[in-house]
Each structure stands twice: as C-alpha cells, then as structure tokens.
Design a protein around this ligand. Structure first.
Ligand SMILES: [Zn+2]
Length: 106
C-alpha cells in the first residue's frame, strides 16, 4: 500500500463522497451535512427522520463530533437517545419527515 493510499484512508469518512449511508460518530457535525449528503436520526422504536441541524450549526457546534449529539434527540415515542446516519443525496428528497435541531430546545 502506498503512502498516498494510507493518507486517503486516514481521512474522515464524511470528507469523501457519500455513496452509502453510514453511522456518524467521530465525524463532526459540519462534515455530516452538505449539498450532497444529509443527516437522518434513527430511534430505538424504529422511527427514521431527516434531521435539520441548522440550529446547531448556527450555535457554532459544527466542530463537535456526532457522538456528542446522540442524547439530544427526542422522539414522539419518548425516546431521548438515537443514532445519526449520514445518507447520500441532498436534504428534503427522501420523502421522510424532517425534525429540526431548533425544536429540541424547550
Ligand atoms: Zn422513538
């Protein structure tokens, strides 16, 4: 394996083109959103929604790793913990409901 290949492998996954969905943990919030990708949250009850993190980005939380956000979620089932996945494609095209980071503060 060449050094170049090693350097490519060491980059956070979200910096590369997103071809398949993956669970976001060490990636920063800023790395997980963009014109070619969007965040989804999945609750233990099975509900999957698109997630609009604009309010968190506005609060300059973009450099935090996604693991810091997993206990900030609220699901209609009462669950307050979920996982984030990064999916290919722009936000708003999946047909899923969208939940907003702004509505998580009450
Ligand atoms: Zn739930």
């Amino acid at each position: 394996m060449t050094l170049n290949a090693l350097a490519r492998r060491a980059r956070p996954r979200a910096c590369a083109q997103v071809l398949v969905a993956f669970e976001a943990d060490i990636e920063t919030l800023a790395e997980c959103v963009g014109p070619d990708r969007h965040l989804r949250t999945i609750c233990r009850c099975g509900e999957m929604v698109e997630f609009d993190a604009t309010a968190w980005l506005d609060r300059r939380l973009g450099e935090l790793a996604m693991v810091n956000f997993t206990d900030r979620l609220r699901c209609p089932c009462g669950g307050r913990q979920g996982r984030f996945e990064v999916w290919p494609g722009p936000a708003g095209c999946s047909g899923l409901k969208t939940r907003f980071a702004a509505s998580l503060y009450d």
